[in-house]
Design a protein around this ligand. Structure first.
Ligand SMILES: Cc1cc2nc3c(=O)[nH]c(=O)nc-3n(C[C@H](O)[C@H](O)[C@H](O)COP(=O)(O)OP(=O)(O)OC[C@H]3O[C@@H](n4cnc5c(N)ncnc54)[C@H](O)[C@@H]3O)c2cc1C
Length: 476
């Protein structure tokens, strides 16, 4: 069990980090003690904002000596309460946001070395500056940081082609729980020196150490891109459409996002300036993005031909292709605003789940039936990355229920039911958001015992005092 920090430790940290790096002022702390969804609220002994890996190392070394807990935080966009400290207030909140330098960027190595606090949108911009791109994007790109993306093994809207962060992180620098600095930034394409510490730290949610920098894989810039919005009768049709488009266009299909009509309605109701892209209403929609390399036929031409063929084969009911960049962005805005629109609508139960891709259409039908049958009146908004077998199966309380009390009961039972259905389907209770504090009990209940054994053994070996982000992944 971690200890509260001593007065001596607080004084030493205040002196070594200076006023910009150490604060106990309530107004400095407040924005970072509640998560993006507004569901978890914590307290902290102090907000620490180091500027260098050496400062992070000094903090961790001193905390290890006193067994004081540390909660790492990047952009604070976690969907599972991963970066929110517990309510008892004895841990330090360690913000990486001041560490945002680009240490190196190389077109010949197709690599960018960024510090943990660099924001994803800035990674995109830097890559574009040298004629490359970093192929991972998500709606929180204006806030989410490299350290957070690494530590959650973030996914997003281009996993279909490029994979999650696991496929995009070439190297890491990190401070381990004993204060040692792991120098693993070299970005070797091949490296078989035993266990892969980089992959262990990716997705560790700050429970095995603090990521201070990452080497990220860049890919060639696109020559052109085309974005389309399609109207569909069912998720089954959506999957058939995806496979048809892939058959015609191969891995030029970079994004395929499934959006039900109730998600679109929610966005139009809550997000100013949005409107339905198609004249008729459809039960389901897919947002498709296709790219083409420089020097090859334009993406718009190939997507238009493939979609025309899909309409002829009744794989889609209707479709529109963005005529310019502004229209493309407007279509993406509809997709990327769903989480914000849900937040404006009120609290909901979020389930970021995965099942085998081919099982997803059937799962959407059977899970909806099971939840609505047992808990009449609740509203299910299931959307997301169909091609990855990952949807956000979110449940809003019935209109006549007091939402806060419903979320704890029967909300907890609703989530258990969904996780049981996912597990029975051979799926995962966390596809891309991580476990955080929200799913720690559910993981312990549903995971393969051999996996839990190995995860607990790794945690105990690297962090025997349990100071790194306690209560996350493993129940507190
Ligand atoms: C509107 C919206 C849309 C989203 N869409 C997606 C999506 O499509 N795909 C997806 O995968 N996620 C998505 N997310 C979730 C979130 O953006 C990601 O989990 C992101 O990777 C978190 O980055 P962050 O910098 O905000 O991390 P934080 O929220 O600050 O932290 C997340 C976790 O990482 C740990 N951590 C942070 N920095 C470090 C570090 N330097 N070292 C060690 N541990 C660290 C924290 O302790 C915490 O456990 C979305 C969130 C929002 C709000």
């Amino acid at each position: 069990m971690p200890n509260p920090p001593s007065e001596t430790l607080l004084r030493q940290l205040a002196e070594s980090l200076g006023p910009r790096g150490f604060s106990r002022a309530p107004e400095d702390l407040k924005p970072w003690l509640t998560d993006w969804r507004g569901r978890w609220h914590g307290r902290t002994a102090a907000l620490l904002s180091p500027e260098t890996p050496e400062q992070v190392q000094a903090i961790v070394t001193q905390c290890a000596a006193e067994r004081v807990a540390i909660v790492p935080q990047g952009g604070n966009t976690s969907m599972v309460g991963g970066a929110t400290p517990s309510a008892e207030g004895n841990s330090f909140l360690l913000s990486l946001r001041r560490m945002r330098r680009i240490r190196e960027i190389s077109a010949s190595d197709n690599m960018l070395v960024a510090e943990a606090g660099l924001i994803l949108a800035d990674v995109h911009e830097a890559a574009e500056g040298i004629g490359r791109r970093f192929p991972l994007s998500l709606a929180a790109k204006g806030s989410a940081t490299v350290g957070g993306l690494v530590s959650t093994n973030a996914g997003g809207t281009q996993v279909l082609r490029f994979g999650t962060m696991r496929a995009l992180v070439l190297g890491l620098e990190a401070v381990l729980p004993d204060g040692s600095l792991y120098h693993g930034l070299s970005g070797l394409r091949k490296d078989n020196r035993g266990y892969d510490l980089r992959q262990m730290l990716i997705g560790a949610e700050g429970t095995l150490g603090i990521v201070t920098a990452a080497s990220l894989r860049l890919v060639a810039a696109v020559g052109s891109r085309a974005v389309a919005w399609t109207g569909l009768a069912s998720p089954d049709d959506a999957l058939r459409l995806l496979r048809h488009l892939e058959g015609r266009l191969g891995d030029r299909v970079e994004s395929f996002e499934l959006i039900p009509s109730n998600a679109l309605e929610l966005v139009i109701a809550h997000i100013p300036g949005t409107r339905a892209p198609l004249a008729q209403a459809h039960a389901w929609h897919a947002l498709v993005e296709v790219t083409a390399p420089a020097g090859e036929a334009g993406a718009e031409h190939s997507l238009a031909a493939a979609l025309a063929d899909s309409l002829d084969r009744n794989l889609a009911a209707d479709a529109t292709i963005a005529a310019n960049e502004a229209q493309a962005q407007a279509l993406w805005r509809l997709r990327e605003s769903i989480a914000e629109a849900e937040r404006k609508q009120g609290a909901s139960l979020k389930h970021d789940i995965a099942v085998p891709v081919s099982a997803m259409p059937g799962f959407l039908v059977s899970a909806r039936k099971a939840v609505e049958g047992l808990y009449p009146g609740c509203r299910i908004i299931a959307f997301g990355h169909l091609g990855d077998g990952n949807v956000h199966f979110n449940v809003q309380p019935p209109a006549d229920a007091c939402s806060e009390s419903w979320l704890s009961r029967p909300g907890g039972d609703v989530s258990d039911l969904i996780y049981d259905l996912v597990t029975a389907a051979g799926g995962s209770i966390s596809a891309e958001h991580g476990i955080g504090q929200m799913k720690a009990d559910a993981l312990a209940r549903t995971a393969d015992p051999a996996l839990l054994f190995a995860q607990r053994a790794i945690k105990a070996a690297l962090d025997p005092a349990g100071i790194m982000n306690p209560g996350k992944i493993f129940p507190g």
